[in-house]
Design a protein around this ligand. Structure first.
Ligand code: 5GP
Ligand code: MN
Length: 343
């Protein structure tokens, strides 16, 4: 992956001058990559002398609470709307990390961002088809995570030696979570070169793994068993799977935000499985998560049928009809996709 030298030069000019007020924004339902990339980037900008506020639209999962600096991230949909609003209003620069369209922020945060017309905007992201225009764009769908992209930018601007163990740790979290612990998507030689540099800072990699993947609640383990046993339905001769979770079912298993993370991947452990979906009921819509193997394109599927998008093998969207209708719509979409030879 090559970074545009022209863009690096523009970025260098933007961050190497006088103190700036900077906002770093990431997406709704922030994950390890959203937080890891934001925290590492914020730290380098602060060291360069800037005032930085990290903002996410809503709360992140409890198993990421341990990450260094995470307590300083302003969660917009909590009690921090005022702090976030003030930071956005005075910002000279806004960095958008790990998302490609302002619609991933939801109103009123997306409107608030749109209302600041003086700030320079920079995109650092690895999703397909960025929707808005930015002053500087680092859009790299071939990159396995935004955290890896942030590492490459820090390296280009300040050198790999400038990366501290705290930064290495949060970058590692982003790289690990977006690649399923280095099991899929763009595992390039340069990714392993990066891991070697991160590891040399002395970070405790097994501990990071445990913090993220072995820190769930009992309720999550029981909910997982229930979903796989009772709710997983197979279609197309066992090559497509779907599952669903209602609010009532989540309450039954003492659901906490983040508890359903990763469920959608599990059906893909079945031989010959090509696509997996989970539908999760929220207060006023149903969140759709999709995963696929090989050439099956769920980014296209999510865009066509569920007002969403993402990556070729991992995408998501929303449904505004009932659970029964959502499932019926999915099954119909699978039929269409199959008839077109896309599945
Ligand atoms: P997840 O299933 O983990 O929530 O999301 C998988 C991928 O799809 C992520 O890269 C995420 O950014 C993308 N994604 C999830 N939900 C949406 C959505 O509503 N709209 C768009 N455009 N992308 C989404
Ligand atoms: Mn990501």
């Amino acid at each position: 992956m090559d970074l545009s030298q022209q863009n690096i030069a523009k970025l260098r000019e933007m961050v190497n001058g006088d103190q700036q007020q900077i906002v770093i924004l990431s997406h709704t339902n922030p994950d390890g990559d959203a937080l890891g990339s934001s925290l590492a980037w914020a730290e380098s900008l602060r060291r360069a002398g800037h005032k930085v506020t990290c903002i996410v639209p809503n709360r992140f999962p409890y198993y990421l609470d341990w990450m260094t600096g995470v307590k300083d991230i302003v969660v917009f949909k909590g009690d921090r709307e005022g702090v976030a609003t003030a930071a956005v209003e005075r910002a000279d620069m806004i960095f958008c990390l790990d998302f490609h369209t302002l619609s991933r922020l939801d109103a009123p945060l997306s409107e608030l961002i749109a209302s600041n017309t003086k700030a320079k905007r920079v995109l650092i992201d690895h999703h397909l088809n960025p929707a808005e225009s930015f002053d500087v764009m680092f859009s790299h769908p071939e990159a396995s995570s935004t955290s890896y992209l942030v590492f490459r930018l820090i390296e280009a601007l300040w050198g790999a030696d400038s990366v501290t163990a705290e930064q290495a740790e949060v970058i590692y979290v982003g790289m690990m979570t977006d690649t399923g612990n280095f099991s899929f998507s763009s595992l390039t030689p340069d990714l392993y070169r990066t891991l070697s540099i991160l590891s040399a800072t002395g970070i405790d990699i097994p501990q990071i793994y445990n913090n993220v993947y072995n820190s769930f609640t009992e309720g999550r383990a029981r909910l997982f068993g229930y979903v796989i046993n009772r709710k997983m339905k197979l279609l197309n001769k066992g090559t497509v799977a779907h599952m669903s979770l209602t609010e009532e079912e989540m309450r039954r298993f003492w659901f906490q935000q983040g508890d359903s993370e990763g469920f959608v991947n599990y059906p893909l452990t079945i031989k010959k499985m090509r696509m997996s979906a989970i539908f999760i009921e929220h207060h006023d819509f149903i969140r759709v998560s999709l995963r696929s193997r090989g050439k099956v394109d769920v980014n296209l599927f999510a865009g066509r049928y569920f007002e969403g998008g993402g990556h070729k093998n991992a995408a998501g969207g929303k449904s505004f009809v009932s659970m029964e209708e959502t499932i019926a719509r999915f099954e119909q979409a699978v039929k269409e996709y199959t008839a077109e030879g896309l599945l």
